[in-house]
Design a protein around this ligand. Structure first.
Ligand SMILES: Nc1nc2c(ncn2[C@@H]2O[C@H](COP(=O)(O)OP(=O)(O)OP(=O)(O)O)[C@@H](O)[C@H]2O)c(=O)[nH]1
Ligand SMILES: [Mg+2]
Length: 444
């Protein structure tokens, strides 16, 4: 176990605001000694037992609290931990925090408890990131993916890839001792690295899916002005989110909202209608529409069949290789009898909306599918490391082909291993940990 910076820290762990109860967590060296002055009737401190105590600062009663002590290393952080539960008034929590600071605690940074858990070897980095993903998941499927990562499937998968790399490295080390016999083994080595690389490649291919589940399938509602894009956004969200009017050019800025369809998260973007305009602001809006199109996984191309039959945009979108759902709107005004459209709706009356939702799910199924038997990646950082490892193995293959010296090949494999190690947090730098944990919630 590595040495940690174990200065006493504290933080609320429940959201700010009024609630039934609110909790503060403390962790670090000598915390029992430090907190005793605030809990005068604390006599016994048996770990994992709840005690009802008065929290008093300078003779002022602040609250009656439930006190639980976890003796390190059998705690979340691996250090001594105390959890205090107060009545859920933010003023009480604030006074209690001030009292704790006055007896020598420091306010914890976001993610600092979990960071300590990683440094103290309680959990690996994959589990730490999975905890954050579980907390921030916005849909049932995203939560499912995060939970699988939490339960260690990615760590297991990474471990198995790593073991294979270590075996290859061992094979090379044997060769280093008998270089004259190595020539014949280039072939054997090559096929082993190739197989491993294919395995990682398969994994890379689906690795974006866990991230997409977490971030949502980015979906842009696009079309000419006044076709009913904002009305459709409101219909999908079942709330009056965007301004709707019969004046063309109503929406200027893009509007992004989360939408949950059958447990899958979509990040839906309502955009400014596309037309040539002299209005500078509207023009900027159209530029944003173009950016939204580029960064979207799915386009809902909306058409108002009461005014025009075709949208000029579709060819451009097809050229860009975008997934498009062709939608005809305002069916309540005029029935649509065209097979040019995937679905006919009325954003105003709600007709066809559920069919559109089903299409949104079907057309993006391959972006959100996660394989039953493999590890699931939930963070872009983990994916980047996997790609890096994959790329080093490509360098290994090339070096083998060029009959490079065995120590060069060995170094490249070591680099591939190091990239995998960074996924689970083996030998990572403090800077990296700082970046990762700064995105965590306060108190986690
Ligand atoms: N009858 C009918 N009217 C609709 C329907 N959808 C939208 N509208 C009307 O069409 C007009 C334009 O709707 P918006 O939702 O503002 O259109 P938009 O595409 O967002 O327009 P811009 O933001 O200007 O690009 C409004 O008067 C809506 O009430 C529909 O399904 N049926
Ligand atoms: Mg609009």
């Amino acid at each position: 176990m590595k040495e940690s910076l174990s200065d006493p820290i504290c933080s609320r762990t429940t959201p700010a605001g009024v609630s039934a109860i609110a909790a503060i967590r403390c962790s670090g060296r000598d915390i029992l000694k430090k907190i005793k002055g605030l809990l005068p009737n604390l006599r016994e401190t048996r770990p994992r037992r709840a005690y009802l105590l008065s929290f008093i600062e300078d003779g002022n009663f602040i609250d009656e609290v439930l006190f639980t002590y976890f003796k390190g290393p059998f705690s979340y952080t691996g250090e001594d931990v105390i959890e205090l539960t107060f009545h859920g008034n933010p003023v009480i929590v604030q006074r209690a925090m001030e009292a704790l600071l006055s007896v020598g605690f420091r306010e914890a940074l976001p993610g600092e408890f979990t960071r300590r858990a990683v440094i103290n070897g309680k959990i690996d980095l994959v589990k730490a990131e999975a905890i954050n993903a579980m907390i921030t998941s916005k849909s049932e499927k995203a939560l499912y993916a995060a939970t699988r990562s939490y339960l260690g499937e990615l760590s297991k998968e990474t471990d198995s890839l790593r073991r294979e790399m270590i075996e290859i490295l061992a094979m090379i080390e044997v060769e280093l001792n008998y270089p004259e016999e190595f020539e014949s083994d280039y072939v054997g080595l090559n096929s082993r690295v190739e197989k491993l690389r294919t395995r990682i490649d398969d994994f890379v291919k689906i690795s974006q899916n866990g991230i997409t589940l977490h971030q949502g399938v980015k979906t842009a509602i696009v079309g000419e002005t006044n076709v009913g894009k904002s009305t459709l956004l409101n219909a999908l969200l079942r709330k009056d989110r965007a301004i709707v009017s019969d004046i063309p050019g109503t929406t200027r800025d893009t509007i992004e909202e989360d939408l949950n369809i059958s447990g899958y998260l979509f990040r839906v973007v309502d955009t400014a209608g596309i037309r040539t305009t002299n209005d500078r602001i509207e023009e900027m809006g159209v530029e944003r529409t173009m950016q939204a199109i580029d960064s979207s996984d799915l386009i809902i191309l909306l058409n108002d069949t009461t005014t025009s039959e075709n949208c000029n945009l579709s060819n451009d979108l097809i050229k860009k290789g975008k997934r498009i759902i062709f939608v005809a709107n305002k069916a309540d005004i005029k029935p649509v009898e065209s097979d040019e459209y995937d679905v006919v709706i009325s954003a105003k009356t709600g007709e066809g909306i559920s069919k559109l939702e089903r299409l949104m799910l079907d057309r993006t199924r391959d972006l959100t599918e996660i394989e039953a038997a493999s590890g699931i990646i939930v963070s872009p950082r983990q994916r980047a490391k996997l790609l890096q490892s994959f790329s080093y193995l490509g360098d290994v293959l090339q070096a083998l082909e060029e009959r490079r010296t065995i120590d060069i090949i060995g170094t490249l494999i070591e680099q591939a291993i190091r990239s995998l190690d960074e996924i689970v947090g083996r030998n990572v730098t403090d800077d990296l940990l700082e970046t990762i944990f700064s995105e965590f919630c306060v108190g986690k």
